[in-house]
Write a protein that binds this ligand. Structure first.
Ligand SMILES: *Cc1c(COP(=O)(O)O)cnc(C)c1O
Length: 371
């Protein structure tokens, strides 16, 4: 927490707005609009809920396809199945580790050849670990085939391409404020969108789709997805420290890169690249250890070595097309996502790492590689 969160939460108690409606919600949405440059925003209970509503608004349903990045957290993909649609998984490229525009285009070409183009209702790229996907290329495919983009920006709040925020390229974008994200409301999310009507509909659907009548009148199926005014108070406080958090996360990344250079390993380690146009929030520092240089299972061995020192690290997201639950879903691409999963690792990346933490982490990593 940054410090001001409790004050906003207390306001909710003082004014008795303990409900999914109230001033903190309005102000949190204003903050998010201001920050991202989006004109329309609705605060919701989770990023998963935001994706579900976005798909609903695009009319995604039974028999439809959504082309989604395979290398991601299941929160990107699960809501596709809630609608009855089928996720079609797309491989990553090696620069940003996100949706490969070439594999995406190949998917369209193949589905067109099969006469299934009209089943494709949305494209869902992810800005993984805070790194923007190649949005110019992905938007070009979106325009070519007339299929809208929903951006999963759950991990990338504050990340930009040429100064434009992730989440604002597609017709809608999704943020998450789950406990592990760069800022948190304990649990929460938001949907932003280019069209006011879309976000107004999302707001209505998130509160059980109540019609304008004195009694409870329903003409659509709704959901209970609206964020609480109490949680939104936490969000308002967190927005005040978001830029500090991004600076801290980016400093973590820079420190790791310097450290691996010092160990003489930098030419064997790869990471998500910003290039000249991208700005990542570096939510987590994720590294790929070149399998031609290191021993087999180097990442798992490193993870276990650090775990024995009580230092947590993690494998990268296991691609969705490799998950048993999605084994029957189509997949387009090669082995980039699989390779990243096999040879990648997330290192400790909290915004609050102390000097003693860093000493422990660095001496642990050094011991592992120089042993
Ligand atoms: C966290 C996350 C989600 C889901 O957000 P929740 O708020 O946890 O529901 C979706 N996609 C990605 C990439 C995420 O990291």
């Amino acid at each position: 927490m940054g410090g001001k969160e409790q004050q906003f939460v207390n306001e909710a108690f003082d004014e008795n707005w303990i409900a999914p409606i109230g001033p903190n919600l309005n102000d949190f949405e204003l903050d998010l609009k201001d920050y991202s440059g989006s004109k329309n925003c609705v605060a919701l209970t989770s990023g998963t809920a935001a994706i579900h509503l976005a798909l609903n608004i695009l009319g995604v349903g039974k028999g439809d396809y959504v082309l989604v990045q395979s290398f991601t957290f299941c929160g990107s993909a699960n809501p596709i199945t809630y609608t009855g649609a089928t996720p079609v998984y797309i491989d990553s490229e090696r620069e940003t580790w996100n949706m490969c525009p070439v594999a995406l285009k190949n998917a369209f070409k193949d589905l067109k050849r099969k006469g299934e183009l009209d089943r494709v209702k949305a494209i869902l790229p992810v800005h993984l670990y805070g790194m923007p996907a190649k949005m110019d290329e992905i938007m070009a495919v979106s325009i070519e085939y007339g299929v809208p983009v929903i951006e999963d920006a759950a991990e990338s709040l504050g990340a930009t391409v040429n100064g434009k925020h992730t989440g604002t390229f597609g017709v809608m974008g999704v943020y998450s404020f789950n406990g592990n994200k760069i800022i948190t409301t304990s649990g929460g999310g938001a949907l932003i969108g280019q069209n006011e009507d879309d976000i107004n509909l999302a707001r209505k659907l998130s509160t059980q789709a109540r019609e304008d009548a004195p009694h409870y009148q329903h003409e659509m199926i709704g959901y209970n997805y609206r964020l609480s005014n109490v949680s939104a108070g936490i969000g308002r406080g967190q927005m005040l420290v978001l830029n500090d958090r991004i600076n801290q996360r980016r400093a973590n990344f820079d420190r790791y890169i310097k450290f691996f250079t010092k160990l003489g390993l930098s030419s064997h380690i790869k990471f998500q690249e910003e290039g000249s146009s991208r700005f990542s929030n570096r939510w987590l520092t994720a590294l790929y250890l070149d399998p031609s240089h290191f021993e087999e299972n180097v990442c798992e061995n490193l993870r276990l070595f650090l775990e024995a020192l009580n230092i947590e690290s993690r494998p990268l997201w296991k691609p969705m097309h490799m998950q048993p639950v999605f084994k029957n879903c189509p997949y387009y691409g090669g082995t980039v996502a699989e390779d990243l999963f096999n040879y990648g690792i997330c290192l400790p990346s909290g915004s609050n790492l102390t000097d003693p933490d860093w000493e422990r982490i660095e001496s642990g990593i050094e011991e592992f590689f120089l042993k």
